[in-house]
Design a protein around this ligand. Structure first.
Ligand code: P6P
Length: 331
């Protein structure tokens, strides 16, 4: 005889979760729900295209370079377009900053939210079927709705984010986000086409046994970074580096570890972009009890001067990031 307790409980959908915690997002009634719902929808569309990648004529380079001077993959362009479409439909957003767009995209100057995003992070991995991700950061504008969006609205410190999240397209597809009241993870159930709460109240382990860095650049790192990498090897920590920030961060969030992309000879600010890579991932990491610095300063306190500016990034388990800060401070 089938008993109630034997029947698999229906999980909590993303939509129901957002509605149940509407009060976390001060001063709005459903605007945030709509933004996150549309971001999640765009993620489902990208997920579908990634899953059929080899079967569609969307492989390889697009033949263009983005503002970073990086070769755009066809899916970079597609993902950028899909998220801009989704965010335009939201009807709550005044402007978008995208890794794939040189200028700010102004949607509706009467609205009050700004989204900074990396539509497809780690996209060089797509052709070889390694996990990639989408990263987004949401701010409230400073200037009054009805006026033009200004640099003051765009160049806000990370501490002023009202929400941040990522979608990881891996062995499963997950949406992980925070509104400043902890971090929650949702897994896409493809057969139902919905995200279900699978990782409530995510907390990063205080210490970890994994370090993620591009050791191919070892000769270009400064002596402090070399000292830290050598110490990881001496302790026989696991080296795990996929070439996808979202993937490496997500593993370290679940199991403990540190990801770092240091400054290096020729790039004193490193490779990662502050507004749509470092800030959102740092907000999430801190909300999960982790730490994120540029080696010395808290990432979220860095005052941006340019929308595509880069920053060194050390992010993950607090004890590991603190170890690096101690070494860097000796410099
Ligand atoms: P490299 C992807 O382009 C990215 O921004 C991060 O996702 C990733 O960790 C890093 O750059 C990889 O860079 O120089 O090691 O290939």
């Amino acid at each position: 005889m089938l008993r109630k307790k034997d029947i698999e409980p229906m999980g909590i959908t993303l939509d129901r979760f957002i509605k149940s915690r509407q009060d976390e997002f001060p001063g709005v009634s459903g605007e945030f729900s709509q933004m996150l719902r549309d971001i999640a929808f765009a993620g489902k569309v990208i997920n579908r295209e990634l899953n059929r990648f080899g079967l569609l004529d969307i492989q390889g380079g697009h033949g263009t370079t983005n503002v970073q001077g990086e070769d755009q993959q066809k899916l970079d362009v597609i993902a950028n377009y899909r998220f801009i479409q989704a965010l335009s439909n939201t009807g709550e957003i005044c402007a978008i900053v995208s890794e794939e767009e040189e200028e700010v995209i102004e949607l509706d100057r009467n609205k009050k939210y700004i989204v900074a995003m990396d539509p497809l992070d780690g996209s060089s991995n797509i052709d070889v079927t390694v996990s990639v991700g989408t990263i987004f950061s949401i701010y409230r504008r400073i200037t009054q709705p009805g006026t033009a969006v200004t640099a003051q609205d765009i160049l806000q410190k990370g501490v002023y984010q009202v929400a941040a999240g990522y979608i990881i397209y891996g062995s499963s597809t997950m949406l992980v986000y925070t509104t400043g009241a902890g971090v929650n993870g949702f897994t896409l159930e493809p057969s139902l086409g919905d995200f279900f709460l699978s990782h409530p109240k995510m907390v990063i382990p205080p210490d970890g046994g994994t370090y993620s860095v591009n050791e191919g650049l070892f000769s270009k790192y400064n002596s402090e970074v070399k000292t830290y990498i050598k110490s990881c090897k001496e302790r026989e920590l696991k080296a795990r580096y996929t070439g996808s920030l979202v993937t490496d961060f997500h593993r370290n969030l679940l199991k403990g570890g540190i990801y770092f992309y240091p400054q290096y000879e020729g790039e004193v600010r490193g490779k990662l972009r502050l507004l749509y890579e470092c800030n959102p991932m740092s907000f999430i990491c801190e909300q999960a009890g982790g730490r994120a610095t540029d080696g010395l300063r808290r990432i979220l306190e860095i005052e941006p001067s340019d929308m595509h500016q880069r920053s060194p990034l050390y992010i993950g388990s607090p004890q590991m990031v603190d170890e690096v800060s101690v070494i860097m401070a000796k410099n």
